[in-house]
Design a protein around this ligand. Structure first.
Ligand code: SF4
Length: 439
């Protein structure tokens, strides 16, 4: 089993859902950069779409997402209209692209009425060539009902991710997300009836009042509900960045040693239950597409975490949505009011991001292969000697090995994968307080 080396986990590191990370985004890019990137997409290219719904029925105290309370129907309706307008604006600017995946995330997509969701799906299918596109939706089980399940079935959604986090009522109370197990069970069965083939549960460790016993109980109960995939994330307590986390009593939070033990426990329970490990925090049934991508070397990492999506271009739609192109990352205005004003004016809503240099692209690819395949070829990278020096402590513990300039992580290096990846991060060679625990 994994060995705990506290000194290797002492420095906070990013999750590397992109490289460079969002911490490097600046405001020196805007709509012109998005116009240019869209116009440069070659006809026939397969792209992915992400639609952000920045509303939730109830706001959880731990949540770092760009979301607000879905307490005014008129506000939701206006947002959906603007999203439809943005879909048309973007579609006008691309020629002959094909959409391979359409993902709805948030927030909670099911904070909007099911009819509004179906309208959005129809708008996307009318505006783009979506033949055979895979449709996925994030769902908040609280309040999920038969009408929503019906919409999911009618739209042909094949993948759903449920926010579960913990099934322990005491921990739920401590994080402001009260969600009886029955909600999860009912939602899962409604989704199966609606024909959803792949259901994911998001779980968390390192939550306030969460012990190993409590985590074990949540995982065992989750496994009994037979999700196809699970992701087990470490809670990041960063109230200086996420003000709503100030409601969480920090005294009850696990330290690094306890977090490490909880991550190891989750890993062991899920692998013993027959799930394949995918990356460092995802798990999937061997027959699931994500496990198969991991087994065949096709696993990728993007803003949604580990994915089997091979598209090189992701177009984000909605407030705060991120678009990812090989040479740039572009984020839309976060504030829904200002986002709406830009869209109403017929403009694209891009306001932050960065341009990737050739060196960024090389390092980004190496970081991605460390996290997805446990290996990276550093031949073409500048500063290879410095990287080797920074990785010496990991080599000493047998967590990595070198074959020429190819770096290989051992199976025991899994909890250190992000820290190892951070040694290739040219923007992050000094300790930073902007990120949470390394495990
Ligand atoms: S439901 Fe999900 S997105 Fe909404 S506040 Fe809770 S954790 Fe955040």
């Amino acid at each position: 089993m994994w060995t705990y080396h506290p000194e290797l986990l002492a420095t906070p590191v990013p999750r590397y859902t992109s490289y460079p990370t969002a911490a490097e985004f600046g405001d020196d890019v805007g709509p012109v950069d998005m116009e240019e990137a869209l116009a440069a997409i070659a006809p026939g290219t397969v792209v992915s779409l992400y639609l952000h719904i920045p509303y939730c029925r109830d706001i959880c105290w731990y949540c770092g997402c760009n979301t607000g309370a879905a307490n005014r129907a008129a506000r939701l309706a206006t947002y959906v209209e603007r999203l439809e307008r943005e879909i048309a604006l973007v579609a006008q600017r691309v020629t002959g692209v094909r959409v391979g995946r359409i993902a709805f995330g948030g927030g909670s997509p099911n904070a909007i009425p099911p009819a509004a969701f179906l309208r959005l799906v129809e708008s996307v299918r009318t505006a783009f060539d979506c033949t055979d596109a895979i449709l996925s939706v994030e769902v908040d089980p609280r309040g999920f009902d038969r009408d929503w399940a019906g919409a999911i079935g009618r739209a042909g959604v094949s993948r759903v991710s449920l926010g579960v986090q913990t099934l322990d009522p005491q921990v739920q109370a401590a994080i402001g997300r009260v969600q009886p197990s029955e909600d999860i069970r009912r939602t899962t069965s409604l989704l199966r009836e609606a024909g959803v083939g792949s259901i994911n549960f998001d779980l968390m460790y390192g939550l306030p009042r969460q012990s190993e016993q409590s985590l074990r109980a949540s995982i065992v109960e989750s496994i009994a509900m037979a999700p196809d995939r699970l992701a087990v994330f470490g809670y990041a307590h960063v109230p200086h960045l996420v003000p709503r986390q100030r409601r969480i009593v920090a005294d009850g939070l696990a330290g690094t040693a306890e977090r490490f033990a909880q991550a190891a426990l989750a890993h062991r329970l899920l692998v013993d239950a027959g799930y394949d490990r995918v990356g460092f925090d995802h798990f999937a049934r061997p027959a699931d597409a994500l496990a198969q991508a991991a087994a065949s070397g096709g696993l990728r990492r993007n803003f949604q975490g580990f994915t089997e999506d091979p598209a090189e271009i992701l177009i984000g739609l909605g407030a705060s949505a991120i678009s990812d192109f090989p040479d740039r990352i572009l984020q839309a205005e976060k504030n829904t009011g200002r986002y709406g004003m830009r869209i109403d004016a017929g403009a694209l809503a891009t306001c932050r991001g960065l341009r990737r240099s050739p060196e960024d692209r090389l390092r980004g690819r190496a970081i991605e292969t460390i996290l997805t395949r446990g290996t990276a070829d550093l031949t073409a990278l500048d500063g290879g000697a410095d990287i080797r020096i920074r990785l010496t402590p990991f080599e000493r513990y047998g967590l990595i090995a070198w074959e020429g300039s190819v770096l290989r992580l051992s199976e025991d290096a899994l909890p250190y994968a992000r820290v190892i990846a951070s040694k290739l991060d040219a923007y992050r060679q000094t300790a930073s307080a902007r990120f949470s625990h390394a495990v």
